[in-house]
Ligand binder design. Structure first.
Ligand code: HEM
Length: 536
């Protein structure tokens, strides 16, 4: 007992990690509301890779390099994988089913195991490939009919893959679910910012009578949140009872239990399915939108990808398949370089920040990224010591993914959009590592990583095989520069997020609406789009 007392006294004496000065309330005053990750990256020169700040009294530790992120979130994953419970969002509005918001523990683990049954942790989910090929082709068809609606089409593509996989629903019949999910996800956008409601600061207020306005609001949102989880699940259950259910995650899990799932098992299936949609649809939309934007801006990159596709399959008069992938590395490079362009968020901390970024709009200055931010994150459940610093219990940890993916020592000329950086000859000495930090770290690493990347790959390959993406023309026939800015996050679809401190984390960012022209590359390409079977 004495030893542990002495150890804890010693711990208290250890210094906190360095960080900027605080005001008399203990808050850091000069954290910008917009793109704080840039400021954190700049503070690296002054304070180093670990920066400790306080906001509204809450301790926050920013991790500014891949090395410290790996040390804490990966090597000490047991301590650094939890999430704080947020009163308004989780307890009152009912986002208690969102796996990405679960505190670390056995409940999270049971859900995670089920996710891995359907999304293998270290490899592509090959059984999803036919669906992804099909949706890539369907997208090409839709683009032919109404190319100007490309944003709407890619949203359908992303939703279709996750919906079919989880609930066996096709988009069309699944559109109702998309609307339902949008309504629920909108509550995250509106209530997610920590502090929007007083109950975030004073959790005891959750016991306030139902006539309080925040309670009424929470109740209304709760209805949508519950419906998002319950309704599609009930539909699959009903279809199973009638013997007409398609093969999908929910039907497989329920069949596996031969209809005798207990209520805990049933709720695990429900939660996992709804989380996959919440986590997987909007993030992929961000990626695909960013792809169209950079293709309009970088015709030379597009031409290089098309040239490779033509060499590999052009003469076969067909659209790409996953089996072509080993021979089409340039498509992989484009996808890798697109990933740091959009933001995902995740997190129990968050933002609402204007992640609007000026990406390069002209030939000379190409910016490789930006609206990105800090990856989500974890709260420390017990005091820890790292590099001689004390990390207090309850500290929220923010890995600054932007800084990691734009570290000039790792990614030379990091703001240049340059897919070729990922070619083997440019990756010697640990340079230009794949942008894996975009998918998180350690035990909470995104389980949809391979699914997401495969979707991106097949869409990029299919679209480039048959379309040219160019800037729109103005009334004088001159190219119009697309608006190159990113939203702080999608107002309608905020995925994966438990939003916390305003200006501390970015959620999910999309390019703000921009125009581009999408035309078939040739008459043969048009014919190919029309003639190709959707099924691979
Ligand atoms: C480009 C697309 C995507 C990106 C960039 C992305 C990124 C992330 C990140 C950064 C996290 C948090 C990881 C952490 O806490 O360290 C996460 C969590 C998660 N993602 Fe993704 N994701 C994407 C697509 C998907 C897809 C398609 C799915 C599934 C269909 C998915 C399912 C999940 C789930 C279930 C979690 C929660 C994991 C947990 O808390 O244990 N994601 N994602």
């Amino acid at each position: 007992y004495l030893c542990s007392r002495i150890a804890s006294i010693k711990l208290v004496k250890l210094p906190l990690p360095p960080g900027p000065k605080t005001d008399w309330l203990g808050n850091v005053v000069d954290v910008p509301r917009v793109r704080p990750w840039f400021t954190y990256a700049q503070w690296k020169d002054v304070y180093g890779d670990l920066i400790y700040i306080r906001v509204f009294g809450n301790p926050i530790l920013v991790l500014n390099s891949a090395a410290v992120t790996s040390d804490l979130l990966e090597k000490r994953g047991v301590k650094y994988s939890s999430r704080p419970v947020r009163t308004m969002i989780v307890e009152l509005i009912g986002w208690d089913w969102l796996v990405s918001a679960f505190p670390y523990g056995s409940r999270w683990q049971a859900h995670r195991i089920m996710i891995h049954r359907h999304l293998p942790p270290n490899e592509s989910s090959v059984k999803c490939h036919p669906l992804q090929v099909q949706e890539g082709r369907a997208l090409c068809r839709r683009l032919l009919d109404s190319p100007r609606d490309f944003r709407y089409h890619i949203r359908k593509t992303a939703a279709a893959i996750v919906l079919k996989m989880t609930y066996g629903q096709r988009v069309g019949t699944g559109d109702d679910y998309i609307t339902l999910a949008d309504k629920a996800l909108a509550s995250l956008a509106q209530a997610g910012i920590f502090g929007t409601f007083l109950v975030d600061y004073i959790p005891l207020l959750k016991y306030a009578p139902a006539w309080f306005s925040f309670q009424r609001q929470a109740l209304e949102w709760r209805k949508h949140t519950r419906e998002m989880v319950d309704l599609p699940f009930a539909t699959v259950k009903e279809e199973l009872a009638q013997g007409i259910a398609s093969k999908c995650m929910v039907s497989e899990e329920l069949e596996h239990r031969s209809g005798s799932a207990n209520s805990t098992e049933e709720s695990t299936v429900k939660n996992v399915a709804a989380t996959m949609y919440a986590a997987g649809a909007d993030t992929v939309v961000s990626a695909l939108s960013a792809f169209f934007l950079v293709m309009a801006l970088h015709p030379e990159v597009q031409a290089r990808g098309q040239e490779d596709i033509d060499k590999v399959i052009g003469h076969e008069q067909r659209l790409p398949l996953f089996t072509d992938r080993p021979r089409l590395p340039s498509i992989d490079y484009i996808c890798y370089e697109v990933i740091p362009l959009f933001v995902i968020s995740l997190s129990n901390l968050t933002c609402f920040v204007t992640a609007a970024i000026k990406m390069a709009t002209c030939d000379s200055s190409r910016v490789r990224s930006l609206p990105w931010g800090l990856n989500l994150f974890d709260c420390v459940p017990e005091e820890d010591v790292y590099k001689g610093y004390r990390i207090p219990k309850g500290t929220t940890v923010l890995p600054n993914v932007w800084a990691i993916l734009h570290d000039p020592e790792m990614y030379p000329d990091p703001l240049k959009f340059n897919p070729e950086r990922f070619a083997p000859e440019n990756r010697a000495n640990g340079l230009n590592q794949l942008p894996d930090p975009a998918f998180g770290f350690g035990r909470r690493l995104c389980p949809g990583k391979y699914l997401a990347f495969d979707t991106l790959w097949i869409v990029v390959a299919s679209v480039l095989a048959v379309y040219d993406i160019t800037k729109e023309m103005d009334e004088n026939g001159k190219p119009k520069e697309p608006v190159v800015e990113f939203t702080p996050h999608s107002l309608r679809l905020v995925t994966n997020v438990i939003v916390d401190f305003q200006a501390y984390l970015s959620v999910s960012s999309h390019p703000i609406p921009f125009g581009c022209t999408i035309t078939p590359r040739s008459a043969a390409a048009r014919e190919l789009i029309v003639q190709t079977d959707l099924d691979a």
